[in-house]
Design a protein around this ligand. Structure first.
Ligand code: ADP
Ligand code: ZN
Ligand code: MG
Length: 513
């Protein structure tokens, strides 16, 4: 019996506006702000107050809806979703139900099987709830209410059940996060809870058209937890099906430590939200001129940027994807490429003047691929080590290109350059400054290296004859000796070809001219 998974995602993303959705309270960081310091009678749910709609929040929502290629309704309606819980001071949440802001969109995602299109069912605006902290200690047990988050604009993005694996769920989630970050509406931080994803998972016999019973997973605070929890549920439900049992319709939580899901609520415990139109707000009317204005100001979106990076810079899809993932990284890369191009223009003028030298014509040319490798390799590793982002470092794209240029021109070898880069990040100094201070200039002139090789071969006649009798391992040792004699600053390529040449000369003396 072959079984396939069917998954649809509900995503809540706070819209990072200055003020809340229906009042003038500032949006503050709940991690640092004094609890209940950004609260007014409106978001505290006092009787008799009236909400007003935050225009910027609507603009952000339209940006997302456009990026998801949705149909946007020029007239949508706010509704009250009623339930009683202490994080909801009004006793209802203002949301959208029957006439949401937007419908029928799509998100293109990248998986190991290629590109897939996931349909978006709806996008609607609502408000966030407050935050409860449950305290339990000896002899007492109570809950703290912080309303700073209550009323922060929230966007709900609901997908169709188009996803088929945990891998696809992750790709959808990271793709959506990247989109929200590019649009500048959300930081995409799942740990902080500003982006929250609830997958609905069901399984069915492959080929069957009807959906199975779904299980909704809550409380996932990382992409890793999301992927694991979905994989776990698929496995659990598949085994259920194979045993001939029915999957129960429940809401589950994810136990981070045990890596299992556990039942939070059964179908019978599901609430009836008694939705009805919000009487205190008129329909939300958006002119098509405004929509077109927002469309005209949309930034380039990740998927388009990936395609452009491939075409314009000759990168492969994988490298382009890694660079584009963070907007700041993509910008850094493009500024570095521009710096390298400016440099090679100067370079080509000089090479023209030196036409009779035996330099290859493209000496000094730094390819976009080389820059991409330095960023995704060395710089990413250093960022990870120091737990910073590309925005937080002193190294300008120009300074990086100057360093790469020294490698391309054989003034530094790759290893030394890596070390220099880490020093640059720590000190903010240029590559040239560090190289001069530490006396790191790489030896690549052939005569010097040739002399070094000759010295080493002369000093070690036993090893040389062992090598000539076929002991290949000696070769590496000889390389090491030459590099040591050059204090690690010899160009390994030149050392290699010079050593090879001199050993060949000893091996085949007859070939000697
Ligand atoms: P609600 O959870 O508010 O009742 P819906 O029933 O419309 O909303 O569905 C919520 C999410 O669950 C959507 O993303 C949808 O794609 C997904 N979904 C619906 N039915 C299934 C199913 N049988 N298996 C997996 N996902 C489903
Ligand atoms: Zn308020
Ligand atoms: Mg639901």
């Amino acid at each position: 019996m072959e079984i396939e998974a069917v998954i649809g995602l509900e995503t809540h993303a706070e819209l990072e506006t200055e003020s809340k959705m229906f009042c003038a309270c500032p949006v503050v960081d709940p991690a640092t702000a004094e609890p209940n310091s950004a609260v007014c009678p409106i978001c505290a749910g006092m009787p008799g107050v009236l909400p007003t709609i935050n225009q910027r929040a609507v603009e952000y929502a339209v940006r997302v809806a456009l990026a998801l290629e949705c149909e946007i309704y020029t007239s949508s309606i706010f509704a009250r979703k009623n339930y009683f819980y202490p994080d909801l001071p009004k006793g209802y949440q203002i949301s959208q139900y029957e006439k949401p802001l937007a419908r029928n969109g799509q998100l293109r995602i990248q998986t190991s099987n290629g590109e897939r299109t996931i349909k978006i069912r709806r996008v609607h605006i609502e408000e966030d709830t407050g935050k409860l902290t449950h305290v339990k200690r000896e002899g007492e047990s109570y809950s703290l209410v912080d309303l700073n988050r209550a009323g922060i604009p929230l966007l709900e993005i609901v997908s169709e059940p188009d996803l088929r694996s945990a891998e696809e769920v992750r790709a959808y989630a990271t793709g959506l996060r990247s989109l929200l970050r590019y649009l500048g509406v959300n930081s995409g931080d799942m740990q902080k809870g500003v982006m929250r994803i609830e997958p609905n998972v069901s399984v069915r016999v492959t080929g069957q058209t009807q959906f199975g019973t779904r299980v909704e997973i809550k409380n996932l605070n990382s992409f890793r937890a999301l992927e694991r929890a979905v994989a776990y549920e698929i496995q659990r439900q598949s085994e259920c099906l194979k045993r001939g049992e029915k999957v129960a319709q429940v809401t589950v939580g994810w136990d981070e430590n045990k890596e299992i899901t556990f039942v939070q609520r059964t179908k019978e415990e599901e609430q009836d939200y008694r939705y009805f139109p919000e009487p205190d707000l008129p329909p939300l009317v958006i002119t098509s001129e405004w929509i077109e204005h927002i469309r005209a100001n949309q930034p380039e979106l990740p998927i388009d940027k990936i395609r452009r990076f491939q075409e314009q810079y000759g990168l492969n899809k994988y490298d382009a994807g890694i660079l584009v993932d963070e907007k700041a990284v993509a910008e850094y890369f493009e500024r570095a490429v521009a710096a390298a191009q400016a440099l090679s223009k100067v370079g080509s003028e000089t090479t023209n003047r030196m036409e009779n030298t035996d330099y290859p014509a493209d000496i000094g040319a730094i390819t976009p691929k080389t820059i991409a490798n330095w960023i995704t390799g060395e710089i990413f590793a250093l960022l990870k080590q120091s737990n910073t982002s590309i925005e937080g470092i002193e190294l300008t794209p120009q300074a990086l290109v100057d360093l790469i240029n020294m490698v391309v021109r054989d003034q530094l070898n790759q290893n030394t350059a890596r070390w220099v880069l880490s020093k640059m990040l720590m000190t903010g100094k240029t590559a040239a400054e560090i190289v001069a201070e530490q006396d790191l200039g790489q030896v690549s002139d052939t005569t010097t290296i040739s002399n070094l090789v000759e010295q080493i071969l002369g000093k070690n006649p036993d090893q040389v004859s062992e090598y000539l009798q076929g002991k290949q391992a000696i070769y590496r040792w000889l390389i090491g000796e030459v590099m040591r004699a050059a204090k690690g600053q010899a160009n390994p390529q030149v050392v290699h070809s010079e050593l090879q040449r001199q050993l060949d000369a000893l091996k085949y003396p007859s070939r000697r001219k």
